[in-house]
Design a protein around this ligand. Structure first.
Ligand SMILES: Cc1ncc(COP(=O)(O)O)c(C=O)c1O
Length: 432
């Protein structure tokens, strides 16, 4: 008889942000017009990439070199640029050899967990960005380990929960933070980061800080990059082009390794990631080639700042429309471009419903309902009734019931209409 061929962590590989698209497409075939609020792609949502950025890319694409492979770790020019940025920013001596490029952070995340010792666990936030939580769970062949982000405290992490889990589970070797966070919009305050670094130091853990939204914190001074607080603690910091340029199709992100020299095991782990990338040859060349010109351009800081302030404005507008609705908690995001809403304990039941005018859509939805978690039931009803496609929080490996929408709609009037419709339908649903 054949040995089992299914990967032990196969069931952990879920990504509701895209899985929900299949249902939305079926509703579209029934005539429902979908408002896509599920995916964090500013370009797909209609944001314009500035002409000067396109000119830099167009100029570079004319060079034959942009069609070739790049070195395994990434182009020297791109790594030197990042090193210089860290030096200018805060005097951090980051060696260009300690930077490793990937085909987007999705690729980096997959490798980080795949090449970690199978018995070593990384505890991450709950709710969780599913690429991290699924990859970590799949690597360990079980459910992702999490610490709570508390919606009643503006999504601040429950550090007692984190400390307790770290103390009682010797398999935990690392702590993940996402800062600013997806899906909550939390920007970790300095004191919280300092405590997390202290926990890591006390228990000899390494840190992972996914900072793909680093320049999209609404209050610029509130965003404290983890590398400024590490001192001797080993860490891996993730940055990328997808969200900030924005250029998600570039598939370009990178890892910065800090304090390898203090920790031989961590250094060996970092080398494994480089070796694995070598087997793959390298990451995308063109985005690395234009990275110094784009990120170093005098217009770049203003461009990203204006985008961050645009999201801040939409976050405030959505907060004003959601904050007083009974039965939910809707903390105002402080960074990135998502808004997560949580239903209070006991607010949802399996008899709640929304009126669905489209009979075909109703017929499609009804057989699906019994198998759905309560928040997904709301999300499916919302989609069938209004066409608005958001993502249930249960899809973020969370025990919280709620949903995430985006702040990406460029037209403010359309954005306001969408959030108002969400607000009205929450009230109708909960009062049913
Ligand atoms: C926190 C976080 N990390 C990583 C990624 C993946 O980014 P990339 O486009 O670089 O693969 C995303 C995408 O939504 C994200 O939200």
């Amino acid at each position: 008889m054949r040995s089992p061929i299914v990967y032990p962590g196969a069931d952990e590989l879920t990504y509701e942000i895209r899985e929900i698209v299949a249902v939305a497409k079926k509703l579209e075939q029934c005539g429902v017009v979908i408002t896509w609020e599920n995916i964090g792609d500013p370009v797909a949502k209609g944001e314009c990439v500035p002409g000067w950025i396109k000119d830099i890319v167009a100029g570079e694409v004319r060079q034959d070199a942009s069609f070739g492979y790049s070195p395994t770790k990434g182009l020297q020019t791109a790594r030197d640029f990042i090193t210089n940025e860290r030096r200018k920013e805060c005097g951090i001596p980051l060696d260009p050899e300690d930077i490793l490029f990937f085909n987007g952070l999705g690729d980096a995340i997959a490798n980080v967990y795949t090449y970690l010792n199978r018995c070593a666990r990384v505890i991450g936030p709950n709710p969780a960005y599913p690429t991290h939580s699924s990859a970590e769970g799949a690597h360990a062949g079980g459910k992702n380990l999490t610490y709570r982000l508390d919606p009643s405290k503006g999504w601040l992490p429950d550090l007692a929960d984190l400390r307790n889990k770290v103390q009682n589970n010797p398999t935990i070797t690392g702590i993940l933070i996402i800062n600013p966070d997806n899906p909550t919009g939390l920007v970790y305050p300095r004191e919280t980061l300092e405590e997390i670094v202290a926990i890591a130091r006390t228990h000899d853990l390494f840190l992972i800080s996914d900072e793909i939204y680093a320049h999209l914190a609404y209050d610029k001074s509130a965003m404290i990059p983890l590398y400024t607080l590490l001192d001797d603690v080993p860490a891996l910091v993730m940055r990328g082009l997808s969200k900030e340029v924005p250029w998600p199709g570039s598939r370009c992100g990178w890892i910065e390794f800090y304090n390898k020299r203090n920790d031989a095991q961590f250094a060996r782990y970092a080398k494994t990631l480089v070796d694995a990338k070598m087997l793959e040859v390298c990451s995308t060349t063109l985005p690395q080639q234009v990275l110094p010109a784009i990120l170093g351009d005098v217009r770049y800081a203003t461009h990203v700042r204006e985008r961050a302030l645009g999201y801040a404005k939409k976050a405030a507008l959505a907060h004003a429309l959601l904050r007083d609705i009974p039965g939910i908690t809707a903390p105002e995001p402080k960074g990135a471009f998502y808004y997560s809403v949580v239903f209070k304990d006991g607010a949802l039941n399996n008899t709640h419903a929304l009126p669905i005018a489209n009979t075909q859509a109703r017929a499609l939805l009804e057989p699906l309902l019994p198998a759905l978690p309560p928040d997904k039931r709301f999300v499916y009803y919302l989609m069938a009734a209004t066409g608005i496609c958001v993502v249930p929080l249960s899809g973020f490996n969370s025990d919280l019931q709620g949903f995430r929408m985006t702040l990406l709609e460029p037209d403010e009037a359309v954005f306001k209409k969408t959030v108002s419709a969400i607000a009205e339908n929450i009230t109708t649903y909960l009062s049913g």
